[in-house]
Design a protein around this ligand. Sequence first.
Ligand SMILES: Nc1ncnc2c1ncn2[C@@H]1O[C@H](COP(=O)(O)OP(=O)(O)O)[C@@H](O)[C@H]1O
Ligand SMILES: [Mg+2]
Length: 315
Amino acid sequence: MSNKRTIGMWLYQNGGGNAIQKKIIKKLKERDINTIPHLNLRNAIARNGNIICKSDGCGKNHKLNKLDLFFSYNAGEQTQYQVYLYEALNRVIPTINSYEAFALTEDKFHTAFMLRQKSIATPDYTLCHRDDGHQLKKIIKKWDKMVYKPTDSWGGVGLAKIENEASLDMLIPFLNHMDLRYFYVEKFIKYDNTDFRVDIVDGKFVACYGRKASATDWRTNITSGGSVFVREANDEIIDISIKACKACGIDIGGVDIIYDQEKEEYVVLEVNGIPAFATPEQEKMGLDFNNKKIDLIVDLIDRKTKKQRMKNGTK
Ligand SMILES: Nc1ncnc2c1ncn2[C@@H]1O[C@H](COP(=O)(O)OP(=O)(O)O)[C@@H](O)[C@H]1O
Ligand SMILES: [Mg+2]
């Protein structure tokens, strides 16, 4: 291992990601940390004791297992192969987020389950075996309306709002037709069609913004037509978000929160493991948290790599 700390990085390049990457690399360099960017595990090969990857798929081979840390920050592009290697890599070097936390937050049921362990409010939910579909009938009587969620979805995709028993009767044969192992449903929360997205890094509050659903949709996701707006968090929201990230063991998280008008409390919908930086357009709108987020990430990488060197007995 060279004397200089060296980390690997795979960060999304669209929506201003490229400029963010440059800033992170520069700030790490100021702390004498070297970065190898564009390490897409899609291009990696595991051979005996090593995971080998070229930056951007060309040039020199790097042994990822010899790095001081791997920073994986590219949502939506992860294939099963990449995730499988991420898991292996995480066994031998620190990763951000840790593979365990990443895998946990990729799954909505596991996340809600862990949040409830720490008494963090989430929508009421039920997970049942696919053969227990009759449970859903019982539940909708109690809940009135519910949301069917694929546990591994994102961007509001695949969510179905079930308004009454009749629409459930229509949905069940369709779900049975798909090769699902289980059903995950949540009580539909009566809310004002806006949410809070709270960014946390290393247990510290970075920023909050809001998203508002379009007039024709109940989901706030941008991909479902929602729009971002400047929104302040209050102490309670910040506190819940920090606790939610801690419950998931996640270093960098984006917590989705809505206000339940019936129970009169904030509920956490999910924790996102790769929350986007503000895009250049959003920055113009006034979402000016990128530098703060970068600084906290750089601090985190600095600390984790130092710790790793101490552990390995190399200063
Ligand atoms: N239980 C619920 N009740 C009401 N609206 C919900 C509920 N769950 C999700 N939503 C709406 O759907 C959107 C997407 O849900 P979320 O759980 O964050 O999944 P995704 O990963 O698709 O963003 C939320 O931002 C919110 O607007
Ligand atoms: Mg969400």
